[in-house]
Ligand binder design. Structure first.
Ligand code: ADP
Ligand code: F6P
Length: 329
């Protein structure tokens, strides 16, 4: 790790914000940014409510105590928001002015791909920015992992285990809808870990008759329950549940897990990566770097070009998808 004598890099005052959907582990990441900046003797300010707070000038200087007692908490102490004005160049220019007025010359953006597009806009106006992927969806290109994904998968797994208990008692089929409007990563990983009979994701077309035939095969050989995991991007789980019951005659219940997946105390994995990414972001800014996103590739912390990453897509792990299908035969 590079060591700086303190405040001698190009950047003198770092700002940090969380934006888009919150994710467990964002707090651990903010803590790491703040504490590493203080360790390196640069000024650090928290910007509240993402780009909305930036435009409103909602910023506060952070000290060691500002981030005490948050490493284990879900949500984000900096709060978060979605901000329509920031899609327009007028809003982005106002954001740049707000940063300049506050003397902030380096920014850490923790959020999803939308937040990174906002970050790209700021970069085009000459602001130094480092992105940190924070979203439960794990749908950011350039990285295998995003902060919050591991906690969300474990939350879903806990729900699957509980639903499985009651499903077995009643000999029922349970459809469980998880988050992921455009991506099935949560459904895939929790479905594989939870032994789901079928995993339905937006990336893979499916035939409901095939899903139902698989359910009937299991039922006919004495299976006492079946779990169908559905990513929200596939469509209405309630409707799917109705169709499955009609086609198979099996008693079916539907559970939509919703925002329960976005909260809760982050897992060790999320806290550890969040801590590493947050502190690396500070060191990159102090080394005069900008336009990079931190990520994890094959278990290693990596720095990737943000512009390049934003032109790619984080596809579903097809091997894992096939494995889940084989093991739940
Ligand atoms: P996430 O970061 O979780 O993907 P959003 O897509 O809602 O969440 O994006 C968060 C915020 O980032 C938006 O409300 C908006 O302020 C900003 N943003 C998103 N896309 C763009 C864009 N194309 N240009 C500028 N800002 C954007
Ligand atoms: O992007 C994260 C996410 O949790 C998606 O999985 C979900 O579709 C969406 O945010 C829900 O967003 P909200 O309820 O905050 O508008």
């Amino acid at each position: 790790m590079q060591v700086f004598a303190g405040g001698i890099g190009l950047v003198q005052h770092i700002g940090v914000l969380t934006s888009g959907g919150d994710a467990p582990g964002m707090n651990a990441c903010v803590r790491a940014v703040v504490r590493m900046a203080i360790y390196r003797k640069v000024k650090i300010s928290g910007i509240m409510r993402g780009y909305a707070g930036l435009l409103a000038g909602e910023m506060k200087p952070m000290d060691l105590g500002s981030v005490g007692d948050i490493i284990h908490r879900g949500g984000t102490l900096l709060r978060t928001a979605r901000c329509k004005e920031f899609y327009e160049s007028e809003g982005q220019e106002r954001g740049v002015r707000r940063l300049q007025e506050a003397g902030i010359d380096g920014l850490v953006v923790i959020g999803g791909d939308g937040s990174f597009r906002g970050a790209q806009a700021l970069m085009r106006h000459g602001i130094s920015v480092i992105g940190i992927p924070g979203t439960i969806d794990n749908d950011i290109p350039g990285t295998d992992y995003t902060i919050g994904f591991d906690t969300a998968v474990n939350t879903v797994l806990d729900a699957i285990n509980k639903i499985r208990d009651t499903a077995t008692s009643h000999d029922r089929t349970n459809v469980i809808e998880v988050m992921g409007r455009r991506a099935g990563h949560i459904a895939l990983l929790s479905g594989l870990a939870g032994g789901a009979e079928s995993i339905l994701v937006p990336e893979v077309p499916f035939d409901l008759d095939v899903v139902c035939a698989r359910l009937m095969r299991g039922h006919n050989r004495g299976k006492l329950h079946s779990i169908i995991l559905v990513a929200e991007g596939v469509g209405s789980a309630v409707e799917l549940g109705k169709q499955i019951e009609q086609k198979t005659g099996l008693e079916t219940r539907v559970t939509i897990l919703g925002h329960i997946q976005r909260g809760g105390s982050p897992t060790a994995t999320d806290r550890i990566w969040a801590s590493q990414m947050g502190s690396r972001a500070v060191d990159l800014l102090l080394a005069g770097k900008s336009g990079l996103m931190l990520g994890v590739r094959r278990g290693e912390l990596v720095e990737v070009d943000l512009d390049k990453a934003m032109t790619e897509r984080h596809g579903l792990d097809q091997e894992l998808y096939q494995l889940a299908g084989i093991l739940s035969i």
